[in-house]
Ligand binder design. Sequence first.
Ligand SMILES: [Zn+2]
Ligand SMILES: [Zn+2]
Length: 368
Amino acid sequence: MRSKELIEKYKRIMAGFGKPISEEGKIEILGDRYVVVSCAWFTRKFYEEIEKYMGEASQGLFYEIGFRMGRDIAKRFLKISPLREKMLDFIGAAGYSLGWMLTEYFYDGGVWYAYAHYTFESQGYIDSSEIKDKPVCHLLRGVLAGIVTEYMGKKFRCEEAACRGMGGRYCIFVIFPEEGEHTIKVPSADLKDKDILAEKYRELASKLPGFRIFIDDTFVSYGGLKYLLVNTKYFTAEIYKDLYGIIGDAVNGVLDRVGRYVGNCLVEIYSKKFEDVIEGISAAAWFFGWGIPEVVEKESLIKVRFYEPFEYRCSAGTDGECLFLRGVILGVLNRVYNEHCKIEKVVCSSSENELSCDFIVVRGDNGD
Ligand SMILES: [Zn+2]
Ligand SMILES: [Zn+2]
């Protein structure tokens, strides 16, 4: 199989990056496929694009997706946590292991408080030196509300009382019951040193079946950039489905623009590291579990074959296939060739043991 040869080549190219999470270009954790994405754009770039259609309601959308994720996570952890009363600790360990957040939980007067030393959602703003006037961690708010709802057996909501995206030192999440009496008073928490907390989570993660620390050091990893692992059931399938239900076909444009933005960033980063930037990005795609790409150029046509692309069954709920990857491919090629490239067609095919998608791209002239 051709993909095996590609893997050997990409392994050599990425040797300086450390050990890949999976050698197959396909990351599986507890039976689900995960993908490594950068905090620089996930979820920040989505908010920016979706706000054009929905205004601040986009935050509620990600909150709802997060809420469903949180409930799923809690249901799963109720089964796999060695001790039920330690479940939140184990979820904290899993969240740390995936590069999502480094959090301490407190419970006071019927309300949960989560102090996060690190959240991936705020990191994108910190790295781009953007200070927002409102909290930014909407997906995480939803996830925490979903987890606590399942754990406590009644519906909880979550608001952020402070956020690193606003220049705060921590994100402080307040998770309170939707109904009934409660008083919110953000406790002046006696926080552990973050290294001690990280150490505790490292140890707990190693006790969880199927887990270990995946994103090696949450704070700086892989060439100074920060990353997280996301379940492809949510990114991409659930996000597409929800977006499609609300903004309809405009979802294609959102995914295209987020994809192109990512493609552009990839060229920016990898042109500094690799002489052949397309080959370098292809190798990085394998390293980060996006699949195994192969780029073949023939005069004005470029064929990008992607073995095992991560887009969940290619793009549930939308009218196209591999919509985000299309955008990424165009973002990369436009920037590398400095031309307006166009996707002529995408052919997604799956057999019993392999999925492969072909993107046929036509190089154009730069038009001006
Ligand atoms: Zn935050
Ligand atoms: Zn596809």
